[in-house]
Design a protein around this ligand. Structure first.
Ligand code: NAP
Length: 275
């Protein structure tokens, strides 16, 4: 029977320790740390994610400041708001919810976030430092996945890890984090040839494709550890989990696997920034 990598339970226990740390920050400095969240436009899924992040702040005793901007916001306007938040000493961390509308230069806006406030780990500078093994806030979703794998003591060193997806916030930093832990990493993407056979070699598979149940059950080697970062309507991820649960060693459920770990990592990094 496969082990469930229970992100919901691990995130809950992390939150308990964060609550104590936040109380100490408030005791020492007299102010509640704030996570500023910026949402541009009104994508319903993004609205839900921002709301969940704000709720998580309040659960651990922090505050969150929501900045909701209209769809027509320009890159310049967004850069101005980020500059204000960088200079606001009450704000410990800044989250710019991805994706922003197409006409905005998302990379320029991510990179305008001050490194010390980049609690979602989206800047090039933070990515570079993380990749080089220097202290930096990791991109929240892959960093949360690493915390989850470590919690369950999944062995990484020398293992074949296959990451399907190479996005700046997920696949690429995921691959670097696994590489830094001495896994042998293969990164796959939309132009990869022979994808199923590559995935079949993996001891650890990370699905970060953004397509419902794209990775099929018979692509996964028996005994592999399976991480599904995807989330789609109908509570399915990027991997056909029902087809692999009887054969794999461990897997992240959808929901309740990677999602809660993403939020707890964001909150945890905000607490660290405030400290
Ligand atoms: P993304 O930016 O759309 O990236 C998808 C990646 O998958 C790209 O690198 C793309 O390759 C690759 N891909 C697309 N079609 C492929 C194919 N046929 N074969 C192999 N690779 C293919 O998505 P993302 O932001 O990384 O998100 C990925 C998934 O994670 C989504 O389901 C999203 O909902 C989920 N997610 C979850 C959380 C969470 O907190 N739980 C956070 C972020 C994302 P190219 O680079 O070649 O286009």
């Amino acid at each position: 029977m496969a082990m469930i990598l229970d992100g919901k339970a691990v995130a809950k226990s992390i939150e308990a320790s964060l609550t104590e740390r936040v109380a100490k920050i408030i005791q020492k400095g007299g102010v509640q740390p704030i996570l500023a969240t910026i949402l541009v436009g009104n994508d319903p899924a993004s609205e839900t994610y921002v709301k969940m992040k704000g709720n998580a702040c309040r659960r651990v005793g922090m505050d969150s400041r929501r900045i909701d901007l209209p769809q027509a916001t320009t890159t310049r306007e967004l850069l101005n708001i980020i500059a204000q938040l960088n200079n606001d000493t009450a704000v410990a961390g800044i989250l710019l919810q991805h994706p922003v509308p197409d006409h905005i230069d998302e990379r320029a806006c991510f990179d305008a976030i001050a490194l010390r406030k980049d609690v979602d780990g989206v800047t090039c500078w933070g990515f570079g430092r993380m990749a080089m093994g220097e202290p930096a806030f990791g991109s929240a979703t892959p960093a949360g996945i690493m915390t989850l794998l470590d919690h369950y003591q999944v062995a990484l060193e020398g293992k074949q890890a296959v990451v399907v997806g190479r996005s700046p916030i997920l696949g690429k930093p995921m691959a670097m984090m696994l590489l830094n832990r001495n896994a042998t990493v293969t990164i796959c993407h939309s132009r990869t040839q022979g994808l199923a056979d590559i995935v079949r070699r993996a001891d650890i598979v990370v699905g970060a494709v953004g397509k419902p149940q794209f990775i099929k059950g018979d692509w996964v080697k028996p005994g592999a550890v399976v991480v599904d970062a995807g989330f789609h309507p109908g509570n399915v991820g990027d991997i056909d989990l029902p087809a692999i649960v009887d054969n794999c060693a461990a897997y992240t459920p959808v929901p309740g696997g990677v999602g809660p770990m993403t939020i707890s990592t964001l909150i945890s990094q905000t607490v660290a920034a405030a400290e």
